[in-house]
Ligand binder design. Structure first.
Ligand SMILES: [Ca+2]
Ligand SMILES: [Ca+2]
Ligand SMILES: [Ca+2]
Length: 153
């Protein structure tokens, strides 16, 4: 136990890619999020969202604010941007939902820029911010993600 704790650090965090992808999927189903999720029990999905939420909540106050959202999105974006040209191609995203890609790709040029991703994420963020305090709690984020998935159908 002691060795494991030392090896993993005080607080285990998912990798940047996982965090970016999972939070994106939950929050707005944008960019990184386009990665297909392996079929998993609902409990697994919940745990994964929880980990992603905690990773994005860098000050640990239990809320994701816009700065934290942006930081998390930037990490997720650059992790996916394998060739570092600041654009995400369909190939770089791997398996993803093409309809979702099209919704994020505002200028329809077939690649996603960070501003396109952020515009989509912020829209999802604001829609999910039910009490309008400029930050999302975990439950707000989950509810927003569920709503978005419904709308995407
Ligand atoms: Ca926070
Ligand atoms: Ca790229
Ligand atoms: Ca584009």
């Amino acid at each position: 136990m002691g060795i494991l704790r030392a090896a993993t650090g005080r607080r285990r965090r998912p990798t940047a890619m996982l965090a970016g992808a999972a939070l994106g999927a939950a929050l707005s189903a944008a960019a990184s999020p386009l990665r297909a999720q392996a079929p998993a029990a609902a409990g697994d999905a919940y745990a994964r969202e929880r980990l992603a939420f905690e990773a994005a909540d860098s000050d640990g106050d239990g809320l994701i604010d816009e700065a934290e959202l942006t930081r998390d999105a930037a990490v997720g974006f650059s992790t996916l941007d394998v060739d570092r040209d600041r654009r995400l191609t369909r190939a770089e995203l791997g398996e993803h939902d093409p309809k979702l890609f099209d919704r994020v790709d505002a200028d329809r040029d077939g690649v996603l820029t960070f501003p396109e991703v952020m515009r989509h994420k912020l829209a999802g963020f604001q829609a999910a911010d039910a009490d309008r305090d400029g930050a999302l709690g975990f439950e707000e984020m989950l509810a927003g993600a569920r709503r978005e998935l419904e709308e995407a159908k």
